[in-house]
Design a protein around this ligand. Structure first.
Ligand SMILES: Cc1cc2nc3c(=O)[nH]c(=O)nc-3n(C[C@H](O)[C@H](O)[C@H](O)COP(=O)(O)O)c2cc1C
Length: 198
């Protein structure tokens, strides 16, 4: 009887140890993705598969939004010609010619209510941040290239993609298989942190 109790206790200890180990591994994994993320601008030209793009968009849609309005839409591009057409009118997005895909995060302030309208750009930017992390998690490379707030760039993206007038394209996120070994920048600066007061 005693032996059975001791064995059960040992099993419980072992199981709880495994649970903690698993949680710890999950936590480390999240932080390793956050710390490994970097802008990647050199791609092999290989396509990005649709299952990965779906995972990336889902990650974008988990982002928080003011009053949970979710005033956003996402355009996924995989066609070579459209990627090239976008690149042609975006001065800082020439890497699109070698990207396998792109995601345009759009914000739709009209889909938010009164006060939340002013926060729609922030809502979409947070989705964009999640998208960049998901790209890193899948061992792909990505870079946010700006459309908003440049009128000429937004106009170009809207024309190429037939985006309605009231919708604002924030960016064109180039996605691809990295051609190099880009490293994350170390941006941790203690002097930027203020504890309790400025
Ligand atoms: C709002 C925003 C606009 C950006 N626009 C461009 C762009 O047009 N072209 C580009 O190559 N990178 C662009 N970037 C990427 C930044 O240059 C990059 O995030 C920054 O240099 C820090 O490097 P890291 O992403 O590797 O940490 C943009 C990033 C943000 C957040």
């Amino acid at each position: 009887m005693m032996k059975r109790i001791v064995i059960s206790l040992l099993m419980c200890l072992l199981m709880s140890g495994l649970v903690y180990a698993k949680e710890d591994a999950k936590m480390k994994d999240t932080f390793s993705v956050i710390h490994a993320r970097k802008s990647v601008r050199n791609f092999t030209g290989a396509p990005v598969n649709k299952a990965d793009l779906d995972k990336i968009i889902k990650a974008g849609m988990t982002a928080p939004t003011a009053a949970n309005m979710q005033p956003w839409s996402f355009i996924i591009i995989t066609e070579r010609k459209i990627l090239d057409d976008l690149a042609a009118g975006l001065p800082n997005a020439k890497m699109l010619t070698k990207a396998g895909a792109a995601i345009i995060v759009c914000t739709e302030p009209d889909k938010a209510n009164g006060k939340s309208k002013d926060l729609a750009i922030i809502d979409a930017a947070l989705a964009g941040g999640n998208i960049l992390l998901a790209i890193e998690a899948l061992d792909l490379g990505g870079v946010w290239t700006a459309a908003y707030p440049y009128p000429d760039r937004m106009k170009h993206v809207k024309t190429v993609l037939k985006i309605p007038e009231e919708v604002i394209p924030l960016n064109v996120i180039a996605i691809g298989v990295p051609a190099g070994q880009d490293k994350p920048k170390d941006k941790y600066k203690k002097e930027k942190i203020h504890w309790e007061k400025w």
